[in-house]
Design a protein around this ligand. Structure first.
Ligand code: UDP
Length: 491
């Protein structure tokens, strides 16, 4: 007789050490566990602290989900203790050390997979070596992409047609050929790697190859958000995908939402009671994700723009590490006068470090989101029905911006023209007037803003429907679990 243990699928998740990768992957792992799958998530000690509370809650409610905690080789890589995540590396030099430390983990992770021999590996796409391992173990490898279909289609068509190669000027807009919509972009907004061979070029080829050799790709998206691009991707790449999102919606209650991703830089009660005292749709939420590092000058421009706009806001600020600060201080958060002034006038709330983003965005008082266009933030904004002010900085954020501003029409750009990793001191400054104008356009009562709000509210309803029983993402999840089971049974 087959024991219950043998019947139950065991899926092991290997998330990458960055919040934008780790958080949705933990959501997916929890979703699997809620659907009867035995789940193990491989994490390192400090990263585990970000999720322990939430996973312990799942365990108490009877789910078979566990964290497999590994020691992070920070000392071998020359990093300080606790520096185990891309979000804790304030300089590019430290990020490189972190990449090295992550590489050092590979043999131990491989050993763990061999010992556990799960029925499936869900691996961040940034770990291409899990393909070989899955072949050795005779199990499927699913890649987690962390982005949306629109981005994949744009990247695919830029690579295929190379439209930028016929353009001389960095600032002239051109149309990306072959897409379901007319999508315009400039050369200056394209990632470096598209235009020149960089240190990462070879690595990207390896990642693409690994994706092609995988059983399929898990997407944090939902069909009604980007239907033409889901279909386009299927037709033109032949890669099998399952759309499971928005996975942040799996965090159903306040406890889950407040505990998602990290310890909180402000008490959830003080945020929520402050928001409760505000009118619906009157507060702008500002957060640039987990990796953006602005210069001191840029932070000052944002502060001035917010003051000039007159709108109430919550601003999640990161500290600036700047050796060139004229006052000789290394660390900088905000202009000296700013926090006192906004607190005195009750104009805003500052959160230092980490905010319970999903919880805040869903509050009825939030009426706009100034975002760096990270894919998770976009999905969370859409799910909450909040129109966006778009300020992409690097990675695939400019592509994501075009989805919001040119296809879905639920965002207004601040007008950043330049892709630049990290948004460091050399990034062109976005002037306060540009920021203020975009904020006013989204937060004001003009027809454009009203229409955007209606559109994003419709998408919010579709997002919630997608993850309910019978919704497109829920159907994909059931199909995916069945596919993994079939793979196991045909062995
Ligand atoms: N996030 C959060 N609180 C913060 C900053 C970020 O909860 O103070 C979460 C946010 O909700 C999102 C993730 O971190 O789920 C960031 O991912 P995204 O793809 O938006 O951007 P990235 O950080 O990868 O650039």
């Amino acid at each position: 007789m087959v024991s219950e243990d043998e019947q139950q699928l065991h899926v092991m998740f290997l998330p990458y050490m960055a919040p934008g990768h780790m958080m949705p992957m933990v959501d997916i792992a929890r979703l699997f566990a809620a659907n009867g799958v035995r789940v193990t998530i491989i994490v390192t000690a400090f990263n585990a602290l970000r999720f322990k509370r939430i996973i312990d809650r799942d365990i108490r409610s009877g789910r078979r989900i566990a964290l497999e905690i590994l020691h992070f080789p920070y000392a071998e890589a020359g990093l300080p203790e606790g520096c185990e995540n891309l979000s804790s590396t304030p300089t590019p030099e430290m990020s490189i050390k972190l990449f090295h430390a992550i590489d050092l983990l590979q043999p131990r992770i491989e050993k763990l997979f061999r010992e556990e021999h799960p029925n499936c590996i869900v691996s961040d796409y940034l770990f291409p070596w899990t393909v070989k391992l899955s072949t050795e173990l005779g199990i499927p490898r699913l890649a987690f992409s962390g982005s949306g279909f629109f981005n994949l289609c744009v990247a695919h068509n830029i690579e295929l047609y190379k439209p930028h190669e016929n353009i001389q000027s960095e600032t002239e807009t051109f149309i990306i050929p072959g897409l379901p919509d007319q999508v315009k972009i400039t050369r200056s907004q394209l990632p470096d790697i598209v235009k020149t061979k960089t240190a990462f070029s070879d690595m990207f080829e390896v990642l693409k190859e690994a994706e092609r050799k995988s059983f399929g790709v898990l997407m944090n998206s939902f069909y009604d958000l980007e239907p033409a691009y889901v279909d386009h991707h299927r037709k033109h790449t032949g890669i099998k995908t399952w759309s499971l999102g928005p996975v942040s919606l799996f965090n159903g209650d306040t406890e889950d939402k407040a505990a998602r991703g990290d310890t909180i830089g402000v008490s959830k009660h003080s945020c929520l009671s402050w928001l409760d005292s505000r009118k619906p749709d009157s507060v702008l939420y500002i957060c640039f994700g987990s990796l953006t590092r602005f210069s001191k000058a840029q932070v000052t421009e944002i502060a001035s723009a917010l003051e000039a706009s007159g709108h109430t806001f919550i601003w999640v600020v990161e500290k600036v590490i700047d050796a060139n600060n004229d006052d000789g201080k290394q660390e900088y958060w905000l202009p000296d006068y700013f926090e006192d002034s906004i607190t005195k006038n009750d104009k805003g709330l500052i959160i230092r470090g980490w905010a319970p983003q999903v919880l805040l965005l869903e509050h009825p008082a939030i009426g706009g989101f100034l975002t760096h266009c990270g894919w998770n933030s976009i999905l969370e904004g859409v799910s909450a029905g909040v129109p966006m002010v778009t300020w992409p900085i690097f990675a695939e954020q400019f592509y994501n911006e075009k989805l919001l501003t040119q296809v879905l029409n639920i965002g207004i750009p601040v007008g950043n023209e330049t892709w630049k990793i990290w948004a460091t001191q050399d990034s062109p400054l976005i002037h306060r007037n540009k920021i203020k104008n975009a904020v006013s356009a989204v937060m004001g009562g003009e027809d454009v803003a009203v229409e955007m709000r209606k559109r994003v509210n419709r998408l919010s309803k579709s997002a919630k429907k997608a993850v309910e029983e019978g919704g497109s993402s829920s159907i994909d999840l059931t199909a995916l679990i069945k596919d993994i089971r079939l793979y196991k049974e045909t062995l």
